[in-house]
Design a protein around this ligand. Structure first.
Ligand code: MTE
Ligand code: MO
Length: 524
């Protein structure tokens, strides 16, 4: 470089200020190193200690209910992917800003790194399932962020003091190698952490459960129980299609061999059951329709499966329940909680299960492996603890549970509802006889009648499919002669208590949506 060229460079780039891309890169690499170091340490001390995941989980717990319901409604089971991507983008932006604020001195970046580190430490300490050593992971992140930021900054700024073009070139190369080294190191550490977190062989444990043969199998589902040939849902929802709603960013990895269920509190004798204790009992199988309180009218969060397990009643009576007005406060291994009246769990007709199987297999990991509660007639948020490890009998109201703390009702009986599955909204059907079919549910009560009306006309009774039991949905169908054009069909169900669904639309919070499902469609 001749003198003139060098002067031009110096003018474009004040000698004591890092170029924008370099400054941004330092920020991004420091954050990458922090995430990787935390993920690596979490590989040893437990996956939920990983700062990125812990911050995500805390974000879920702190998210206002309205936003969470919005996420569930709009992203469904992708809500977690959306959250993680959103967090990644936010981190990237913060990293870039931290870098850009530090073009002269590293202090602003170091302060931001420190603040992020503290957020991660707080998030990890806040996890109920982290364990004593979990805090080491965010501490590793904090150290990596500060160390890498300080170091790369030093390397990059060393060229301010470079005397010659040769020295400048050297320092530029040194920065290139250092940042490449950090990038590769972060990749390797993160990868090893990921590998280590997966080493709890929960898939192997699940495979090891083998086939579950209930002593009392559920009666076979008659093929007259659904109208799936017309377009209603299949009576039994496959494990893959069964709706999933939970607050777990990563599915808890709890091996059956390590699982224990503690029953304590207001009982005569505290009891602890292990997986063998449950598996070796006479297993029962029950066909049950589960429903989520977040389900909007016409929504997808309702599914039916054959659950295999043991009556919760038996376990409670073995521990002894002196106070029949107590509540059972149940806790998941991931810290999620709910509370259910013990009377509902003791009720033989309701038939609450501690389930270990679903549709002939061990419980899928996402549905609570190795064991969960399933309580017919109650929304999941108020009863259906997945990965359940603790049942504490308490006096009513002694503790608030997860969703209760966030404004949802203390009790969660499922409201009678119905849904049109065919025609689909805004779909097209050929003119002539138009079939309409769907599902209705009033768990533990049973469906008495389903009525359908077209274009605001008179209500017409639908044909009901064979009832499987009063804990499951009931399918229905009917037909209308329709001319071409756009049409609007509505449905309402009446349960065996004589309650007809109200047309009044209320949102899911606090105790479940009401209103009639309405579908618009066109006839060609
Ligand atoms: N541990 C845990 N259990 C949980 C939840 C949760 O977030 N965490 N969500 C509950 C809710 S709101 C519902 S509707 C059901 C859903 O069960 P599924 O995902 O198997 O359909 O699980 C319940 N059990
Ligand atoms: Mo739910």
């Amino acid at each position: 470089m001749d003198t003139m060229e060098r002067d031009a460079v110096a003018e474009a780039q004040p000698a004591d200020k890092l170029p924008v891309p370099i400054a941004a890169l330092i920020g991004v690499l420091a954050v990458a190193a922090a995430l990787a170091a935390g993920h690596f340490v979490a590989g040893f001390v437990g996956p939920t200690a990983s700062p990125f995941l812990a911050v995500g989980n805390s974000a879920i717990d702190l998210t206002p209910e309205s936003l969470k319901s919005f996420a569930i409604r709009n992203f469904g089971s992708n809500d977690k992917v959306v959250l993680l991507s959103g967090m990644a983008v936010t981190m990237l932006l913060v990293a870039v800003v931290a870098g850009l604020l530090s073009r002269r001195k590293p202090l602003p970046g170091l302060v931001i790194a420190g603040a992020l580190g503290l957020v991660a430490i707080a998030a990890v300490l806040n996890r109920p399932d982290g364990g004593q050593l979990a805090v080491l992971a965010p501490i590793a992140s904090l150290a990596a962020a500060i160390g890498v930021f300080r170091w790369l900054h030093l390397v990059a700024t060393s060229r301010f003091t470079a005397e010659s073009a040769h020295d400048q070139g050297l320092s530029r190369r040194r920065f290139l190698y250092s940042s490449a080294g950090v990038a590769v190191g972060a990749g390797v550490l993160g990868g090893v952490g990921q590998f280590l977190s997966g080493r709890v062989d929960v898939e192997g444990s699940r495979a090891g459960v083998g086939s579950l043969r209930p002593k009392v199998p559920a009666p076979a589902i008659p093929n007259t129980a659904d109208f799936s040939a017309i377009g209603s849902s299949k009576f039994i929802t496959s494990n893959e299609k069964f709706y999933r709603v939970d607050t777990a960013l990563t599915v808890p990895r709890l091996r059956a061999e390590d699982w224990k269920l503690r029953v304590h509190g207001l009982v005569d004798n505290e009891r602890t059951f292990d997986f063998g204790d449950i598996r070796d009992r006479d297993l029962v199988e029950k066909t049950i329709t589960m429903t989520c309180v977040s389900n909007e009218v016409g929504g997808p969060y309702v599914s039916t499966a054959n659950f295999i397990g043991v009556p919760v009643r038996d376990l409670l009576l073995e521990a002894g329940v002196p106070n029949r007005s107590a509540w059972v406060f149940s806790t998941s291994v991931d810290g999620w909680t709910t509370a259910t009246p013990v009377a509902d769990l003791l009720d033989e007709e309701r038939g609450a299960l501690l389930a270990i199987g679903m549709n002939g297999e061990a419980l899928p990991l996402e549905h609570g492996f190795p064991a969960r509660l399933v309580v017919p007639g109650l929304y999941g948020y108020a009863s259906a603890t997945k990965w359940v490890v603790d049942l504490e009998l308490i006096t009513e109201g002694a503790k608030k549970f997860y969703w209760e703390e966030r404004g949802w009702a203390t009790r969660g009986p499922i409201k009678t509802q119905s849904r049109i599955d065919f025609p689909v909204g805004f779909g097209n059907v050929p003119a002539g006889k138009v079939q309409v079919a769907g599902v209705a549910w009033a768990q533990t009560v049973g469906i008495d009648k389903v009525e359908v009306r077209m274009d605001g006309g008179p209500w017409q009774a639908a044909e009901l499919a064979t009832e499987v039991n009063d804990r499951t949905w009931r399918q229905w169908r009917t037909e209308f002669d329709l001319g071409s054009g756009s049409h609007r069909v509505e449905v309402r169900a009446t349960d065996r208590n004589g309650n007809t669904q109200t047309p009044d639309r209320v949102p899911p919070i606090p105790d479940g949506a009401t209103g009639w499902h309405l579908i618009q469609f066109s006839v060609d």
